[in-house]
Design a protein around this ligand. Structure first.
Ligand code: 4AD
Ligand code: MG
Length: 430
């Protein structure tokens, strides 16, 4: 008998099949048992008639707790009253394990409780929908770059140096040396871009973010393209294209999951290129006019980002921040040395920064100067400085945080639900 998944059940109408999964819910009405079986691809109602089973077997079914695991065999019937349009008449079943007192019940639970039970919470419909969308976003990122001639080159997680400032470094032992967990693959991308032209890396990144916010995780996934000879403008186009590609994919392939989340689909459908592009200078004026205390030269706070990103229907690209608030590697604007050729993309509906990037310094002396200004020792950057000695070219790229994008697309209030096992300030369990 074929073993099938719930998502393919429509292909098996009138046939006998085997399904395997977990009890999502169950109710009985005397002679009948209605069992909602969940198998990871969907949920289907399975029905058992008392008359078809020996008494003790029917009683076993009747006693099965939520999340018990079992295999059922039976005939697939079309039934318009059933949740997925089909039902299975159970002829036989086999219990793998009878679960009791599953802690997550249909009643409301607090976040702390759910996080403590994250390993089980993942089975719930909302969490399932979010992680299916996350997978679609990741797949779209890969396809976008793969289809455009980029080479995926993985970058290391153990690193000898900082990329995004020394305050958020996770330090670890590397035998008798000190190493840091990677904050970004960018510096290595710059090396591989000189070897392959267009590259991207996609991996976990780590930041010891000591403040508790809904926008920060200690461990998050970033996709980072880097392109030799690219300008800031080209980088903005690449970023805009990526976001449009991701949205298109999720809207066509993950509509059912967006519906589970009750996402306002129109807000995502309305997003079309070109996205607004504004300079940091203009952004500061807009913020001041809206009552922000920001002064030219300061970095945006979370509130400022929210305010800016609520102004537009589409993501907004803010470019040319003061170099002083950005990382050491940012290329200064040749027309105005105090601003950097960089861009942050802020997602709409108040979500704030989802992408950060720009052009990199390609002059060796300037880079040395900047390292010193940032208090970074030049020795661990020897290889990085080499890139400025052997065929240095202007180049640019960006990093997009997967969790930030998923939170926005799913319209979640906190990043912790966008990844299976979030690493947050006070929690490393489960
Ligand atoms: O703006 P960031 O710090 O840029 C970089 O790391 C560059 N080196 C990337 C590059 O140019 N290749 O981080 C990039 C993105 C942010 O826009 C945000 O989406 C995400 O990474 N991000 C975080 N996501 C979750 N938790 C955190 N603590 C994050 N920090 C950054
Ligand atoms: Mg940033």
């Amino acid at each position: 008998m074929p073993v099938v998944y719930v998502e393919q059940i429509g292909e098996w109408e009138g046939k006998e099949v085997t399904l395997r999964g977990w009890v999502y819910n169950r109710r009985s009405s005397g002679k009948l048992q209605f069992l909602l079986l969940r198998d990871g691809t969907g949920v289907i109602q399975c029905v058992a008639f008392k008359g078809n089973f020996p008494a003790e077997e029917f009683a076993l079914l009747d006693g099965l707790g939520q999340e018990s695991s079992l295999e059922v065999q039976g005939t697939v019937r079309r039934d318009s009253r059933s949740p997925g349009g089909f039902e299975v008449d159970i002829a036989r079943f086999r219990v793998f394990q009878a679960a009791e007192n599953y802690p997550i019940t249909p009643k409301e639970h607090g976040t702390a409780f759910l996080m403590e039970n994250r390993h089980l919470w993942l089975r719930s419909a909302r969490q399932h929908a979010i992680l299916k969308i996350r997978h679609e976003v990741i797949r779209a990122c890969r396809d976008y770059f793969d289809d455009r001639g980029f080479t995926l080159v993985d970058t290391p997680i153990f690193t000898p140096n900082a990329c995004e400032g020394t305050t958020t470094l996770f330090e670890t032992r590397y035998f008798d040396q000190t190493a840091y967990l990677s904050q970004s693959g960018q510096l290595y991308n710059e090396a591989t871009a000189a070897a392959f032209g267009k590259v991207y890396c996609f991996g976990p990144t780590f930041r010891a973010e000591k403040s508790k916010t809904r926008r920060h995780l200690m461990e998050f996934w970033m996709v980072e393209p880097e392109v030799a000879f690219a300008t800031l403008e080209e980088t903005m186009e690449l970023a805009e294209g990526l976001i449009c590609f991701i949205l298109e994919r999720v809207l066509t392939r993950r509509r059912a999951q967006l519906d589970v989340l009750e996402r306002d689909i129109g807000a995502l459908e309305r997003i079309v290129p070109p996205f607004p592009r504004i300079s940091y200078d203009e952004a500061v004026k807009l913020l001041q006019a809206s009552g922000s205390a920001i002064e030219w030269g300061g970095d945006f706070g979370g509130g400022d980002e929210t305010m800016l990103s609520e102004r537009y229907d589409a993501p907004v690209m803010v470019h040319r921040y003061p170099g002083a608030v950005k990382a050491f590697y940012m290329q200064p604007d040749p027309e105005r040395a105090e601003v950097a050729l960089c861009v942050d993309m802020l997602a709409p509906e108040g979500y704030g920064e989802i992408i950060g990037g720009g052009a990199r310094i390609h002059d060796s002396d300037l880079l040395l100067e900047r390292l010193a200004e940032h208090g970074l020792p030049p020795e661990p950057f020897g290889w990085y400085l080499d890139l400025r000695k052997y065929g240095s070219v202007p180049h640019a790229g960006f990093g997009m945080g997967i969790e930030r994008v998923v939170a926005w697309i799913c319209r979640l209030t906190h990043l912790r639900e966008t990844i299976a096992f979030p690493r947050t300030l006070y929690r490393i369990y489960p």
